[in-house]
Design a protein around this ligand. Structure first.
Ligand SMILES: [Zn+2]
Length: 206
């Protein structure tokens, strides 16, 4: 009882906000917002919205330059999601850990959060550095924990989203139910057209 009361007295997001999975979900959401278009960065307010959604405290102030640099980080992180298997994902993460992150350190942000690991140079590091390093850390722990790639690229040719590999069961291929449904419908139509063509031109062959 005492334990429950103690936990209840803590702010709601004290433990959940910093969980590895929460960080990885934020990584996927930021990559999808930052690299959805082929050649341009999104508006700073779109990125700020995602950061707030994942618990970033105010003020969330991003300059257009921050977003351009965060987009470059997102493109680097996509290589982890593009990996074919766990070995390739580990190799992609090892490259990023060697070239883009600092040594592992612990911070509590001056007592405002539980102690947790960071790979950026300091607590006030630029947005892009924080994004790249916190993402590398979360994806590394997920790969370590599950011994499989932490995520993948959506199999829909019309979509550029990444997704996290989640739970047991058959391997996931799409970022969302929406993409899965669209591709299932498209495949069904292709199958129907193939059947129509066969029955139209196939006279004499059957
Ligand atoms: Zn998709």
């Amino acid at each position: 009882m005492r334990y429950i009361r103690l936990m209840a007295a803590l702010p709601d997001d004290w433990s959940t906000r910093h969980s590895v999975l929460a960080n990885a979900r934020r990584t996927a959401a930021l990559i999808n917002t930052l690299s959805s278009a082929d050649d341009r960065a999104p508006q700073p307010r779109q990125v700020a919205e995602v950061l707030r959604e994942y618990g970033e405290s105010e003020p969330v102030e991003l300059a257009p330059d921050d977003v351009v640099r965060m987009r470059a980080a997102a493109l680097l992180l996509r290589e982890v999601f593009a990996a074919e298997d766990v070995d390739a994902a580990a190799a992609a993460l090892n490259r990023l850990l060697a070239e883009q992150t600092g040594p592992l350190r612990l911070t509590s942000h001056g007592g405002s959060a539980p102690w947790h690991p960071h790979l950026d140079s300091h607590d006030d590091a630029p947005w892009n550095e924080w994004f790249l390093t916190s993402s590398c850390l979360a994806l590394t722990v997920l790969l370590w924990d599950h011994q499989r790639p932490p995520g993948g690229l959506c199999a829909s040719p019309a979509c550029r989203n990444v997704y996290l590999t989640s739970g047991p069961g058959p391997a996931r291929r799409y970022c969302s139910r929406r993409c899965a449904t669209r591709e299932r419908v498209a495949a069904h139509r292709r199958g129907q057209r193939a059947t129509d063509t066969e029955s139209g031109s196939g006279s004499g062959n059957s």
